[in-house]
Design a protein. Structure first.
Length: 316
């Protein structure tokens, strides 16, 4: 997860001229591919963190992503924009990447990856709440109802389904839930931060700079917490795929969707990614998919869509 749509929207070329119904052939293929990649990120985090540990997995993820995105940004001539806004951009990398990536990498070691992806889907829920409290965004009764529904779904999911994997202590399981919720809250804070301080910054400069900021934040902890035993090639490949596919390529796809279809459709990918994450977890890790998990996931996603205004009554 995830670049912030607020800053990307402001600088997306031609955004204000998008038609009301952009051609699905332009945005639907990258939309589905992005959901496939972000859904796979939880599987790759599990495979990496099980041997690297949470912080080194997150550190390698952002360092490799920064190395991939930097030449792309330079070729597109967005270095001056990053140099001009480097302080807020680098800081956004801490709250939008370093913190949540580390927390999710920790969480998936102690809970099913599919469940973590469902909790990740409530990030826009926290985003709406933070924007209301911090930025004073208008919030209607319908959106308040969405917030209550979404958080109720999270509570039901946490209290009913035992999230621990085999052999994990109960406190670790619920610490994993708390980590997912803190990561989602961090995404919510990052979205409001971007809306306040990063409007007008080119999206690729924001993405690259945030990866650099996250890399600087996690470099020392990654070295200090490096595993004593050499990780397997499977873990190395998982982290490489996490960085290059689920972060670097995914960011490029995300901004492409914003430019062709708008931010509302782009952020909706958050609700499709858990479907793929649940399938990956079931196929590759033999994680069970319970009816309660699916039901609570639907409640969380429905409440989030209400709270963010993606569904509801049209305002005149």
């Amino acid at each position: 997860m995830r670049p912030n749509p607020s800053s990307a929207t402001a600088s997306a070329p031609g955004h204000s001229h998008l038609s009301a119904a952009p051609s699905a052939s332009r945005w639907l293929p990258p939309f589905v591919l992005l959901a496939v990649l972000w859904g796979a990120s939880f599987l790759f985090m599990r495979l990496g963190a099980s041997q690297f540990g949470a912080v080194p997995t997150a550190g390698l993820r952002v360092i490799l992503a920064a190395l991939f995105l930097l030449p792309v940004m330079l070729m597109r001539g967005e270095w001056p924009a990053l140099r001009q806004h480097w302080k807020p951009v680098l800081f956004s990398g801490i709250i939008n990447s370093a913190i949540p990536f580390s927390l999710f990498a920790y969480a998936v070691v102690y809970m099913p990856t599919g469940m973590a992806s469902v909790l990740n889907a409530c990030a826009p829920l926290f985003g709406a709440l933070v924007a209301w409290l911090w930025l004073g965004d208008r919030i209607t009764g319908l959106r308040v109802t969405g917030l209550l529904i979404g958080f109720t779904g999270v509570a039901l999911l946490a209290l009913h389904d035992k999230p621990a994997t085999a052999g994990a202590a109960s406190w670790s399981a619920y610490a994993a839930i708390a980590a997912c919720l803190c990561a989602s809250l961090s995404y919510g804070v990052a979205a409001s931060f971007a809306k306040r301080y990063l409007v007008g910054v080119p999206p690729l400069a924001t993405a690259t700079g945030s990866m650099i900021g996250a890399s600087l934040c996690l470099l020392v902890p990654t070295v200090a917490m490096w595993p004593s035993q050499t990780p397997s090639w499977t873990s190395w490949l998982a982290v490489a795929a996490l960085a290059l596919l689920c972060t670097s390529v995914a960011y490029i796809l995300y901004f492409q969707i914003i430019q062709t279809a708008g931010p509302s459709r782009a952020i909706a990918v958050t609700f499709l990614a858990p479907v793929f994450a649940l399938v990956y977890g079931n196929w590759f890790l033999a994680e069970p998919i319970t009816a309660w998990m699916l039901g609570c996931g639907a409640v969380v996603i429905g409440g989030t869509m209400l709270s963010t205004g993606l569904i509801g009554l049209k305002q005149r």
